[in-house]
Design a protein around this ligand. Structure first.
Ligand code: GDP
Ligand code: MG
Length: 205
């Protein structure tokens, strides 16, 4: 994990054409081009954000074309802290493939140690095929958060990346027994201990 130096490695995954490159472009450069060339040669783009006064650098890797081979090489997953799993709300097929992507993610990474968010992109298009509820249900199935985005008008993009970064931070803290300003002993067999800690924390602050 690269979280020690507050740099998170994030991968964008999902079928070809769902808008992964466009989302990344909108987030980092605040640009959208209807007919851009396929990303070639750019491995990742970075953006630094602040969460609870903590500076976090997001290194976002674009799966530039490799997604067509369905099986992303396992080295691409190496060291990933977060996954942005994207489908297109106007494309049933891209939604149906989410299950396969989740399986692939789970076979390469430990789900409890990374953050994953599900993204329904192209929310600017009125003739949607996949309802918001369906996306939410799917995300719930996997215990992850769901966001709707539009790379075209920018809706939901910042929220999605921030949601993912917060999820990564949360998992990282749980893993390191560090929850906010207090420390929970995960070894404790008595749940009361945790409640007690919680009370103390509230009293003191
Ligand atoms: P990728 O293969 O997942 O990287 O998809 P791209 O980013 O290349 O986008 C595929 C196509 O969908 C391009 O023509 C984009 O302009 C278009 N696109 C991407 N995001 C959106 C969006 O939010 N709204 C609309 N209307 N089109 C989008
Ligand atoms: Mg692309």
């Amino acid at each position: 994990m690269s979280t020690d130096n507050n740099t998170f490695k994030i991968l964008t995954l999902g079928e070809s054409g769902v808008g992964k490159t466009a989302i990344l472009r909108r987030y980092v450069e605040n640009k959208f081009e209807k007919h851009h060339l396929a990303t070639i040669g750019i491995d990742y783009q970075s953006k630094t954000i602040k969460i609870k006064n903590k500076e976090i650098k997001l290194k976002i890797w674009d799966t530039a074309g490799q997604e067509r081979y369905r099986n992303l090489a396992s080295h691409a997953y190496k060291g990933a802290d977060g996954i942005m799993l994207v489908y297109d709300i106007t494309d049933e097929y891209s939604f149906s493939k989410i299950t396969d992507w989740m399986e692939q993610i789970n076979s390469n990474l430990s789900k409890n140690e990374i953050g994953i968010v599900l993204i329904g992109n192209k929310s600017d298009i009125e003739d949607r095929i996949i309802d918001t509820e369906k996306g939410e249900e799917k995300a719930k199935e996997y215990g992850i958060q769901y966001f709707e985005t539009s790379a075209l008008n920018g809706n939901g993009i910042n929220e999605a990346f921030e949601g993912l970064a917060k999820q990564i931070l949360k998992n990282y803290k749980i893993k390191n027994n560090d929850v906010g300003s207090r420390t929970i002993s995960l070894q404790s067999s008595k749940p009361e201990d945790i409640v007690e800690n919680d009370k103390k924390a509230r009293k003191c602050c």
